[in-house]
Ligand binder design. Structure first.
Ligand SMILES: [Zn+2]
Length: 230
């Protein structure tokens, strides 16, 4: 069940299995084809703990770098562990321009933490992003956020036990060092819930206001033109 780098035959893996990933460039879940392999003789001579392989996204053809731990070196071959680290993770996207300035700065940093798999740094930044959003919303802002998050829990059908740490991060009144430790799954839920809360509190209003302004502009402009050509 290993991956083998062979001096003469290149990369060999069981059943010629292909790697599928969410591409950090185009965001599509795509197959990755081999693009370049390291020099096997050099690796056998140096015996590094890790080697990097470059793949190419089948969707957008961008290079994708993966790092594998080495397992053994023998007879012109390097054996690699199957698990790899993606050196560039897909960036999380959001309509940042609708957020209040401070919230935007903090939430961008939160998403950078998430993309680097730093889930507890992410949770801390979510607490700060949420607090800044509640401030920007003014009186009743925290309550408005809480109601949006409760609605999201209901829509998504998440049970109370799984949801408790998420609520604690966003609405807990304790110090930041009291935040619960989050794993990858919980961080993923927190990410979607906070995006939804920001969407409901800021993006929806911003988009609707902008769209109505544009409609009004064209109605007025159209009326003026009609009069002038009549
Ligand atoms: Zn791609």
């Amino acid at each position: 069940m290993a991956i083998v780098l062979d001096r003469d035959q290149g990369l060999l893996s069981e059943a010629d299995e292909r790697i599928g990933l969410e591409c950090p460039y185009c965001g599509v879940y795509a197959h990755m084809s081999r693009q370049s392999l390291p020099d096997v003789d050099k690796i056998i001579a140096d015996k590094p703990k890790h080697v990097g392989l470059v793949y190419q996204c089948d969707s957008c053809h961008a290079p994708v770098f993966l790092r594998f731990a080495t397992r053994g070196f023998a007879n012109g071959q390097v054996e690699l562990y199957r698990n790899f680290v993606e050196l560039e993770r897909p960036k999380e996207r959001f309509a940042f321009s609708y957020l209040p300035k401070d919230t935007e700065v903090l939430f961008r940093e939160a998403l950078t933490c998430y993309s680097s798999n730093s889930f507890n740094a992410f949770a801390s930044m979510c607490r700060r992003s949420a607090a800044s959003a509640f401030d920007a919303l003014g009186e009743g802002g925290k309550l408005q956020g809480f109601e949006e998050v409760m609605t999201a829990q209901e829509i998504a059908g998440i049970d109370d036990a799984s949801f408790a740490p998420i609520k604690s991060v966003l609405f807990g009144s304790g110090e930041e060092e009291d935040l619960p430790l989050l794993d990858r799954v919980q961080a993923g839920i927190l990410l979607e819930v906070l995006k939804d809360m920001f969407y409901q509190c800021f993006v929806r209003r911003g988009k609707l206001t902008r769209a109505l302004k544009v409609r009004r502009f064209f109605v007025q402009d159209g009326g003026g033109n009609l009069q002038s050509t009549a």
